[in-house]
Write a protein that binds this ligand. Sequence first.
Ligand SMILES: Nc1ncnc2c1ncn2[C@@H]1O[C@H](COP(=O)(O)OP(=O)(O)OP(=O)(O)O)[C@@H](O)[C@H]1O
Length: 305
Amino acid sequence: MIALRGLTKRYGAVLAVDSLDLEVHPGRVTGLLGPNGAGKSTTLRMVLGLDHPTAGRALIGGRPYRELEHPLRTVGAVLDARAVHPGRSARSHLRALARSHHIPDRRVEEVLDVVGLTEAAGRHAGGFSLGMSQRLGIASALLGDPELLIFDEPVNGLDPDGVRWIRDLTRSLAEEGRTVLLSSHLMSEMQLTADHLVVIGKGRLIADAPLDEVLEHGPGTAVRVRAPHPEDLVAALLAEGAGVERPAPGELVVTETSIERVGELAHRAGVALHELSTRGASLEQAYHELTSNNAHHTFSNGDPL
Ligand SMILES: Nc1ncnc2c1ncn2[C@@H]1O[C@H](COP(=O)(O)OP(=O)(O)OP(=O)(O)O)[C@@H](O)[C@H]1O
């Protein structure tokens, strides 16, 4: 488990991280979300002992990173996937890392296999694509078989296959009971990957809740309708108090009702439909609601955030 206790970082006049109190638990993927400059990287750097807090503490299993006996066996992290000597091959990079941490060479072959780099392991890392560099970074993080994994913006620059691969990998690591913390500003990706979300803005905690709860705070599910002559349906929906938007001629986005009810009203009004579908609540919308409003947010556990 990672625990942040009043974690604060000030750079001159900039309060990059402002009294964060937070616990990141094992067995699930926690997404650390926030706009650019929110303080995500600074927080992760403090967790990994790369930056000193101005106040407060960041603890891994109850201890600061610098006091861990076996750091690589306790926590694996990828902060910058390009931070590898470009002239070294992937295999020699991993072997050097393994030897300096008393990890056997056979583990290098195992992690190369897990990340799908066995074939490319002899090539210079300097010639790797961003996706391959991400895989190599993840291989380094997995080398010590740690309980805790921290990936900063892991899907940045990856193609759809790479994105799916990261999603499956992080899920299976969490299912094995590990603590997985991912940072991202990509809401759509987080919606598919994370079980739990921590949202920060201007260094402060905005939300710390299961994904489903954060989504409930969004504008909710909408029903999309395409109909060449929707006027009678619009009238019927408005008469029932539904919300109706008309983004384009022949198109409706209907809220505060159900897809079944829209279908029934269309049938009753004799309106021909060309499409009737739901648009799921999007984390992007929920996130916008959260970050555009600085008031407290109360989740179902009753804690104001
Ligand atoms: N070494 C530094 N010196 C001065 N200011 C810094 C330093 N590092 C970060 N900051 C400032 O602290 C704030 C938080 O930055 P941080 O990089 O942690 O945000 P972030 O959420 O990771 O953003 P991004 O998504 O852009 O990486 C920003 O205002 C940034 O300019």
